[in-house]
Ligand binder design. Structure first.
Ligand SMILES: [Zn+2]
Length: 434
């Protein structure tokens, strides 16, 4: 089991912030996996004391979209490295994707993940399970049995559900069970063999493009199916203005649709592909500057429900192939908050409270989970954030097995220095970093 905190742990002198606001400087006292007391002087008498020195203490983040690669692809990542990486990024809870080998499409596989993760330090695992057997898009998995085994979400993420009738059946079934269906919304026929966003840059480079229409068309279908069935459909990794406008349209109609954007689609554009570096090859692709600007506007307007990382580790060797052959995806869970804090909050593009909402209350609301709060009796899942010290991104120090990053060498602020999960220290920054 996750080792229970040895006696009482106190974090003192922290700036306490949660979805209800900024509660000023105070202490928290943690015991038995929950917050026992909070406020000025609450930390007195604890066995272990961490002096926060005025750093920001807030509920640990929730990531509804991470690829932890177990079972079967442990060369890329495994539960231990993935959950440690999540904790290093300030995440206390992670929903794992089912596109593993074998696919997580049987209740026994879900149960195995739950059992194994419970014995590991790091973030808490809440597994997602496949929508179709083998992600083949042909037959539905047994959602009820998967849910009973511990699956919290149904998703074929990685592969779009091409068949509309199967998507409808999945949503009808999920609605009965109150399960969220997360979609990878890209029309496979329109996407074709595109390796990057279709636009000026793809033309200039002579690379096959994946048009924004491929995303917008499938988002439209998925929103219609949500409206038709009443299922809670969460659109993963929205990348384009066109797709976001479709979601806005359906949200205005009251359709039960929520959506996610990723740190990379908010901070990088297709221009990054000019160096032909496969680290920037992701699916759906990095889009144009105008798309990124629109996604940022959607964050400010509140259209976006959650930021999910789509942490997608691969081996270096795989990502060092040429651009056409390299796999899609990049690791980012350890740098997600610093990247977004440095690129969006510090320049004044996004309020800190909004960024926190997109990593805490937002994903909790998508899933129907309790909103994380700093209050007595709440789970002791917390992250301490140093908003001031600049540190360079050093992939060699990643807990993830995927030790490369599009932000390697960049100096960022907003690093997690301590992550607590169920009252136990899941991550502590070793100084000397940066
Ligand atoms: Zn994904």
């Amino acid at each position: 089991m996750r080792s229970p905190s040895a006696g009482r742990l106190a974090i003192t002198g922290a700036r306490l912030v949660d979805g209800d606001g900024d509660h000023g400087i105070g202490d928290v006292l943690l015991e038995d996996g929950v917050i026992q007391a909070i406020g000025e002087g609450a930390g007195a008498g604890a066995a272990t004391v961490v002096d926060a020195g005025g750093a920001l203490l807030t509920p640990a983040f929730l990531d509804l979209h991470a690829h932890l690669r177990e079972p079967g692809q442990e060369v890329k990542e495994d539960l231990a490295s993935g959950l440690a990486a999540a904790a290093a990024g300030g995440f206390g809870t992670v929903v794992s994707m089912a596109n593993t080998t074998p696919t997580v499409d049987e209740p026994g596989l879900v149960a195995e993940l739950v059992e194994k993760a419970a014995r590991l330090p790091g973030a808490r695992l809440r597994p997602g399970a496949a929508l179709s057997h083998g992600l083949r898009g042909e037959t539905l998995t047994d959602f009820a049995a998967l849910q009973a085994a511990g699956a919290v979400m149904i998703t074929d993420d990685g592969i779009p559900v091409a068949n509309g009738r199967l998507m409808r059946s999945a949503c009808e079934y999920a609605a009965e069970l109150g399960l969220v269906v997360q979609t990878h919304s890209e029309d496979p026929s329109l996407r074709g063999d595109g390796v990057m966003h279709e636009g000026e840059v793809s033309q200039e480079l002579g690379l096959p493009g994946n048009p924004d229409a491929a995303e917008a068309v499938m988002v439209f279908r998925d929103c219609e199916v949500a409206r038709l069935t009443g299922a809670r459909v969460h659109i993963a990794h929205v990348t384009s203005r066109r797709a976001m406008q479709v979601i806005e349209h359906f949200k205005a109609l009251g359709a039960p649709v929520t959506c996610e954007v990723t740190p990379h689609h908010l901070t990088l554009t297709d221009a990054a592909l000019r160096g032909f570096d496969p680290v920037f090859k992701v699916a759906p692709p990095l889009r144009s500057e105008a798309d990124v600007a629109y996604l940022r506007e959607a964050l400010r307007r509140g259209t976006v429900d959650s930021i999910g990382t789509d942490h997608a580790p691969h081996t270096r060797a795989e990502k060092e192939r040429d651009l056409m052959a390299a796999p899609f995806g990049l690791p980012n869970i350890e740098v997600a908050f610093p990247v977004l804090y440095t690129r969006l909050v510090r320049p004044g593009e996004l309020e800190l409270a909004d960024l926190l909402r997109l990593l805490q209350d937002g994903p909790a609301a998508v899933m129907g989970w309790p909103r994380p709060r700093l209050q007595a009796g709440a789970p002791a899942d917390l992250v301490l954030l140093d908003l001031e010290t600049e540190r360079a991104v050093d992939p060699a120090r990643f807990a993830s097995k995927a030790r490369f990053s599009p932000w390697a060498g960049e100096r960022l602020r907003g690093w997690p220095t301590l992550t607590v999960v169920e009252g136990a220290v899941a991550f502590r920054l070793e100084e000397g970093a940066g």
